[in-house]
Design a binder for this molecule. Sequence first.
Ligand code: GLN
Length: 244
Amino acid sequence: MYSEKRKITIGHLYPDLLNLYGDRGNIACMMQRCKWRGIEAETIEFNTGDEIDFSKLDIVLLGGGSDREQAIVCRKLLEIQKQFKEYVEDNGVVLAVCGGYQLLGKYYKTDAGMIEGLNLVDIYTEQEEGRLIDNIVLQSELVEMPVVGFENHGGRTYINDNKPFGKVLYGSGNDGNSGYEGVVYKNVIGTYLHGPLLPKNPQLCDWIIARALERKYGSAELAPLDDFKENQANAYIVKRFIKE
Ligand code: GLN
C-alpha cells in the first residue's frame, strides 16, 4: 500500500457561471473517493476575476453553461489560455462538460455569433437546428463499464482526428451522426455528459484520480472501493436503454 501522504487539488473553474445540471456533483464524487482511500483532497473554486495558478492544480473541472454564460466565460478564459495550454501539454488532468467541452476547442459558432474557444484541443462546435436531449450510454476505452449520462446541447462538436471519449450505444453524442461522443486528448476529457457524470460512473472518476496521482507522484496506485451500489445504479440505466 502507498504509505506516504498523497494530496490532490481540484480547481473548479467559474462555478458562478458554468454550473448546469449539478456538474458540481463531479467534485463531490472525486473528493469522496479520494477521502475513502486516505488521499487528502481539496477543491479551490475560481470565480470570474480570480487569479488561477495552474501549478497548484492536479485536476481542473469546467462545467456546462448556457450560450450567454459561455460567451462571458470565454473572455475570461482567453486571458489564461497560455497557462491553461501549458498545463494541458504537461499532462494536467481536465474534465470539461458540455459548455466547458465546447470551450476547449477552436470556436463555438452560434446563431448569436462566434464564441472563441481556448484552442486546447483541435475540435470545433457549431450550433445546428434542434437540440440533442436525452439519456445517453457509451462504451469508452478508458473504463470497462458502460458510461451513462444525460445530454442537452444545441452545438454539434467535430473532433477532427482526435480520439473520441466513447462510442454511442444510446443517444446522440458529438453531432448526432458520427456515432461518437466526447474527446480524449492527453489527460483531458471533453464530454457532453451531464448528470453529474462521475457519481454514475465510478470507474471514470477513478481514471481521473489515477491520472492526477500518476502525474504528481509517478504512481497511479488506487485502493479498490466497494462500488456495489454505484454499479447497480449504472447497470439499471444501461438496462433501461440498451436492449440486449
Ligand atoms: N450552450 C451549449 C449548447 O447548447 C451547452 C449547453 C450545456 O452546457 N448544456 O450547445
